[in-house]
Design a protein around this ligand. Sequence first.
Ligand code: SF4
Length: 100
Amino acid sequence: MTIETEPCPSCMRDMAIPPGYIDEIVAAKRKTGVDLAKDGVYEGRLESCRACDMCVGGIMCSMCGCFIQFRALGRDAYCPHPSGDNWKAGASPDQPGGEA
Ligand code: SF4
C-alpha cells in the first residue's frame, strides 16, 4: 500500500507527514486517559491557530515550532503569540489557559 504524504512546513525538502498521522497521534494521546483539553476548547484553539499570522501551512505554530494539534491538546497549554494569547477569546473559562 502506498501512503501519500504532504511536506512538513518546517523542513519541506526532506520530511513528509503521512495523511492522518497527526490525527492518529492525537487520538492515541486521548486514549491514554491523560487530562487533556476538552473537545470544545481544543477545537476553539485550533480555529484560532488556523486564523493566526504565526501559523504555517495551517498546521504549525512558528512561535513554538509545535504542530498546532499538539500545542492545543494540553489542558494547561497556552498560546505564545507575542501580541497575547489568541486562544483566550474563544476558549471555555472552565480550564486553565481557557479563560475568556
Ligand atoms: S501563536 Fe498561538 S494562535 Fe498562533 S499558531 Fe501559535 S499557538 Fe496558535
